[in-house]
Ligand binder design. Structure first.
Ligand code: IMP
Ligand code: MG
Length: 179
């Protein structure tokens, strides 16, 4: 599909599924190299947006690991509210663990900073951030984003797990808001 309409907005094709898969292959290789000789890390997937990325990435990781989920949200419609809510607590202990956070997208970085500080407080040994998408022009924080699959301009996107008011997560490609 070249175009989709979600609620009141029109979106056009931006990143095709094949390109998403190629980018995931590349970061999976890097993560495999970095963790092959470490003790099994805890992979913490940030719901809801990262569910599809988490699934495709984890199938390509070849070391032993545990997976846990946390639900955080800061977005309402097409912009951030600046306030991060934790609506599902960690289901795993992070104390003494090497943690890899899996995010769908890092925008302003507000969400990832809150999560990073929570993990530090709860005693994680190391924290690495892995995101499918990064908007470098929107990022305002100093926490290193260790693994970035795709860098994009500061536009609103949907698909492959990402939503516009909860719709569009099921799209296999990524679409950008038409201006
Ligand atoms: P941040 O806290 O500003 O970095 O925003 C991070 C969260 O906002 C992401 O995990 C997404 O859930 C959501 N978000 C940011 N940009 C977009 C977008 O372009 N489309 C859909 N959701 C987005
Ligand atoms: Mg998210």
């Amino acid at each position: 599909m070249e175009r989709v309409t979600i609620h009141d907005k029109n979106f056009k094709l931006f990143i095709a599924h094949d390109k998403i898969m190629e980018s995931i292959e590349l970061i999976a290789e890097r993560i495999n190299q970095d963790y092959s000789s470490k003790k099994p890390p805890l992979i913490l997937s940030v719901l809801s947006g990262a569910f599809m990325f988490t699934s495709d990435l984890l199938k390509r990781l070849n070391f032993n690991c545990e997976i846990g989920f946390v639900k955080l949200s800061s977005y309402s419609g097409t912009s951030t509210t600046g306030e991060v809510k934790e609506s599902l607590a960690f289901t795993k202990s992070v104390e003494g663990r090497d943690v890899i956070v899996i995010e769908d997208i890092v925008d302003t970085g507000i969400t990832i900073e809150v999560l990073y500080n929570m993990l530090k407080e709860r005693g994680a040994t190391s924290i690495k951030i892995c995101t499918l998408l990064l908007k470098p022009e929107a990022y305002t924080k100093s926490i290193p984003i260790d693994y970035v699959a795709i860098r994009i301009p500061n536009d609103f996107i949907v698909g492959y797990g990402l939503d516009y008011d909860e719709h569009g997560r099921n799209l296999k490609d990524i679409y950008v808001l038409e201006k």
